[in-house]
Every structure is written in structure tokens, then in C-alpha cells.
Design a protein around this ligand. Structure first.
Ligand SMILES: *Cc1c(COP(=O)(O)O)cnc(C)c1O
Length: 376
């Protein structure tokens, strides 16, 4: 193989791979009707449902071949019936995407939304739950990757428990890297993907869902491919509905083994937090400012920084690629205002130091009066 240059991906997935995960992609050719495939699938499902010890007893992992959105759509469409009513709690692109999914599948819903830079509106949720007994599901995003805010799902989960309404979570950018409490937060299901905090490659996503729901309810899916119940029943029998991304699953198996060997999600969380704190300190020292009000509201994995006056994302991106780093833009109205840095993947503190030095080399200290930096 060609020794490719090591690019460090600072976007929120796909991530910088370890050599072990990359090499796992070269596993044997395998038909998904062979017993070895069943063993691979069983092992991955088993490992996914034990990432959080809290979930191990009552939840099962259902695999879906697709990106994170496939898992979110599969969860939402299969669990919310047209006779139900969802309350979507949104403060960013991914919360709004959940509302779009419900709308496309013609599922009744209402939205409690807040500005993208604000927290979820818990008082608004409480009012809606009190006023509307018709609400059957509350749905939100755990880590809103739009800004990097880790939403207060503990408080939301409390409200769900009080009102006996199940909570569905988009944990696509937090599963494996942040604390999740399943019973305490009244979580019925959460959706996630292989290629963010779990450090696998794109192609495999999954829903972790309460077993009693799968056993006791009928599917509400209005989609053939994204029917959670169909996937579950075939996976329970050691089979698979459709052709899975076999190589992505090889990589996910290796990535889950690494996660376990490293000490599980808690160790990964501590590592992310150390890297993000280091990054924030260094960039703030250079004069950058955070988009959100305070460092404490961020997840461990992603930080949104305001672009300094006169520095475009495109220029910073292009300069940093030369240093071997890929940075990530803001979305929609934040596109020209911010850049985002995620620390998922195989990254170390020296990568962060090198990144901060590179940024300083490109634009110099921000906000200090000095001659325009020379760009070469
Ligand atoms: C990445 C992400 C998704 C899914 O995005 P895909 O491009 O479909 O993988 C969904 N929700 C959140 C919060 C995400 O960060």
C-alpha cells in the first residue's frame, strides 16, 4: 500500500482512523449469508449494547447500513405511529432534521425550538407536556453538533419520566464519548453511527432500543428499508434483511475492541475532554472566541469558534490542509461566522499543539494590532 500522508480530520466524523481499524477493512471477502457474517453481526450487536453498562440488560442494538441519519430516520419512523404525536425539542440543524423526518413520513408532531446558540427550552417542553396529553414521544439531539452544545438531556429526561412519555435521542455525535443514562432519562431508543465517537468508518449505523418495545409493539414504519422491526427480527435470527456494509463492520468490530481495551467510553470521554480543553485554551490565548456563552456548555468532542474579522473559512481551511489538518465549517446561517473543531478519532495532545501552532502561523494572534500576516 502507498504510505499515505496522515491527515488529521478535525470534523465530527468520519474520523482519523487507527492503523488497526484501517487494516481491518482488508478482512476476507465475505458473503452476508455465511455463518462468519452472522458471528460478525452478533459480536457487533453484543458489543454495542454493552458500551453503556446501564443499557446492557434491557436494550438491543439493531444495525442499519447507512449514515447516522439513516439510523435517526429508522428510529423515528418506526417508533412514532401516525396515531401518535411527537414533541421535537430543537436547537440546531439536527433537531430540525428530526422535524423534517416526521413531516416527510406524515407523523403528527410539534416543535419546541430555541435559537441555535441557545439551550433547549425546558420550560417550553414542560408547558407542552402539561397542556397536551396527546404527546406520545419526546425527541431531541443529545449533542447538537451544529454548535457543540451538549443538551441538558438529564433535565429533559426527568420531565419525560414525570409525564410518562418515552424519550428518543439522536446520539449520533455523543454515543461512546459522553455520559448516557438510559433508565433515568426514560430513553426508549437512541440512534448512532460507527464513524463518530466509536472511531469506525462510515457505512454502519444503529439504533439501541428497549427490547420490550420491539417485542410488544407493532412497527410504525412507513419505509421498507428503514423498518427497525424488520431489521431486528432478521438480525435476531442471525440474518440480515439487505446487503450490509461488510467491510465497515470489520472496521467497527476492531474499533469496538479498541474502545473496550482502552477502558470504555469513560476513558474516551476523558481523552476528548483533555484534548478539547487544551485546544480551547490555546486558541483563546491566540485571541479566538467561542460561539457559545461558556466553555462548560460544550460537549467534550466539539468546539465552535468565531472566525476572526477578515479571516474566511475557506482561507483557514486551505492553509490548515497544508499542515495536514481538516477543519469544519458552520452550517447555514453560521457558515460564514464560525469554524468547528472536533477531537474524535485517533488524535493526541501533540496533534492539538501542532494545530494551534499552525493556526498561529497562518493568521497570527487574533485581534492584536500588527501588520497583515504574510501568506505564502
Ligand atoms: C453527524 C450527525 C448526524 C448524522 O449525519 P450523517 O451525515 O447522516 O452521518 C445526525 N445527528 C447528529 C447530531 C450528527 O452529529
Amino acid at each position: 500500500m502507498l504510505p499515505a500522508r496522515r491527515m488529521r480530520l478535525l470534523n465530527p466524523g468520519p474520523v482519523t482512523l487507527t492503523d488497526e481499524v484501517r487494516e481491518a477493512l482488508l478482512g476476507s471477502d465475505l458473503c452476508h449469508r455465511q455463518p462468519e457474517y452472522t458471528a460478525l453481526q452478533d459480536e457487533i450487536r453484543q458489543r454495542l449494547q454493552t458500551v453503556y453498562s446501564d443499557a446492557a440488560a434491557n436494550y438491543t442494538a439493531v444495525l442499519v447500513t447507512g449514515s447516522g441519519t439513516a439510523a435517526v430516520e429508522c428510529m423515528v419512523d418506526s417508533l412514532v405511529p401516525r396515531s401518535g404525536r411527537a414533541l421535537v425539542v430543537a436547537n440546531g440543524v439536527y433537531g430540525e432534521r428530526i422535524a423534517s423526518i416526521l413531516s416527510i413520513h406524515q407523523k403528527p408532531f410539534e416543535v419546541v425550538s430555541s435559537p441555535w446558540t441557545g439551550p433547549i427550552d425546558l420550560a417550553g417542553v414542560e408547558r407542552r407536556l402539561a397542556a397536551s396529553p396527546a404527546i406520545t414521544h419526546v425527541i431531541t439531539v443529545h449533542h447538537e453538533t451544529t454548535t457543540g452544545r451538549l443538551n441538558d438531556v438529564a433535565s429533559l429526561g426527568q420531565l419525560c419520566r414525570q409525564h410518562r412519555v418515552p424519550l428518543l435521542l439522536d446520539t449520533v455525535s455523543s454515543f461512546g464519548g459522553e455520559l448516557l443514562r438510559f433508565a433515568e432519562w426514560n430513553v426508549q431508543a437512541c440512534a448512532a453511527t460507527a464513524n463518530k465517537c466509536l472511531h469506525g468508518v462510515p457505512g454502519t449505523a444503529f439504533v439501541l432500543v428497549r427490547r420490550d418495545v420491539l417485542e410488544g409493539q407493532k412497527s410504525a414504519a412507513t419505509s421498507l428499508y428503514l423498518d427497525l422491526f424488520r431489521h431486528w427480527s432478521s438480525q435476531q435470527q442471525g440474518s440480515t434483511q439487505f446487503t450490509p456494509a461488510v467491510q465497515s463492520m470489520y472496521a467497527l468490530r476492531a474499533a469496538l475492541s479498541e474502545l473496550e481495551a482502552d477502558g470504555g467510553w469513560q476513558t474516551r470521554h476523558a481523552h476528548y475532554l483533555a484534548l478539547s480543553s487544551r485546544l480551547r485554551r490555546q486558541l483563546i490565548d491566540l485571541g479566538f472566541s467561542l460561539l457559545l456563552e461558556d466553555e462548560s456548555v460544550y460537549s467534550s468532542t466539539l468546539t465552535s469558534f468565531n472566525l476572526p474579522p477578515g479571516v474566511s473559512f475557506d482561507r483557514l481551511y486551505a492553509e490548515m490542509v497544508e499542515h495536514g489538518f481538516v477543519i469544519y465549517p458552520g452550517q447555514k446561517e453560521l457558515q460564514t461566522r464560525i469554524f468547528r473543531i472536533a477531537v474524535m478519532g485517533d488524535l493526541s495532545s501533540s496533534d492539538i499543539d501542532e494545530f494551534a501552532m499552525g493556526v498561529e502561523g497562518v493568521i497570527g494572534p487574533v485581534g492584536k494590532h500588527q501588520p497583515a500576516p504574510v501568506l505564502h
